[in-house]
Ligand binder design. Structure first.
Ligand code: ADP
Ligand code: MG
Length: 238
């Protein structure tokens, strides 16, 4: 397991600078939540950690390794997106194991990992189904299962629940908390939802215009926000 360290991370798209030198340390096993207004750079930051977006300046470390210039597959991370693009023609089990199959893992090992992930996510009864025969919440579970099966050191979630209805979001929130307890991996999680941030986070990072506005434990930010902007992003705990 590994923590994540950002040192002076900068991102420019052409002339447009969207990340302005971010320093941040996410401890090993920590659940770190990014919040901030639309367009403040949450997804860009996550995609740079994943290696899906080039870093213009600064350095990213995962555990003891500098990964700034490494391919996504070499970083030990798995990302879960808001839209869970599952392969429609594959079963749940095939969708979950596909990443490992592509990297040449033996069938027995893939099957064991899929079984383990499906237990964690309570997907056992659905392994032979196609995605179209699943509910939205079940599909998002498969997308999370796909990440678990790859055994990453770091999970990156970009608003994974925002397409689900309110009731399912609550249910999935509880499952994500359990997942984190159970596998203990480092997790970085982007959300718009204040309750998600307050209940899931060990640490909340409030971003504004590509900069860190404040970092702290949920209750510390709630009780003692540096300014109105931070207060606006930290809801009441529930
Ligand atoms: P958030 O996830 O917080 O809503 P993003 O990281 O998606 O924000 O975007 C941050 C800023 O970078 C926004 O101003 C957005 O328009 C810009 N941006 C994101 N992706 C690109 C891109 N591929 N090319 C140019 N600008 C981009
Ligand atoms: Mg985003």
């Amino acid at each position: 397991m590994s923590g994540v360290q950002l040192d002076g991370v900068v991102k420019r798209y052409g002339d447009l600078q969207v990340i302005h030198g971010i320093d941040l340390s996410v401890a090993e096993g920590e659940f770190c939540v990014f919040v901030g207004p639309s367009g403040c750079g949450k997804s860009t930051l996550l995609r740079m950690i994943a290696g899906l977006e080039e870093t213009t300046g600064g350095a990213i470390r995962i555990g003891a390794r500098e990964v700034t210039r490494l391919d996504p597959s070499e970083r030990g991370v798995a990302m879960v997106f808001q839209t869970y693009a599952l392969y429609p023609h594959m079963t749940v089990a095939q969708n979950m194991g596909f990443g490992l199959k592509m990297t040449g893992h033996p069938k027995a090992e893939i099957a064991a990992k899929v079984t383990e992930a499906s237990r964690i996510l309570k997907l056992d009864p659905y392994l032979a189904r196609k995605p179209k025969a699943l509910s939205g919440g079940q599909r998002q579970r498969v997308a999370i299962g796909r990440a678990i099966v790859r055994g990453p050191e770091v999970f990156l979630f970009d608003e994974p629940l925002s397409n689900l209805d309110a009731e399912l979001r609550v249910e999935m929130r509880v499952e994500l908390a359990r997942l984190h307890q159970q596998i203990g991996a480092t997790m970085i999680y982007v959300t718009h939802d204040q309750t998600e941030a307050m209940t899931l986070a060990d640490k909340i990072v409030v971003l504004r215009d590509g900069r860190v506005e404040q970092v702290g434990a949920p209750m510390d930010l709630y009780r003692d926000p540096d300014n109105r902007f931070v207060a606006g992003f930290i809801g009441s705990p529930s």
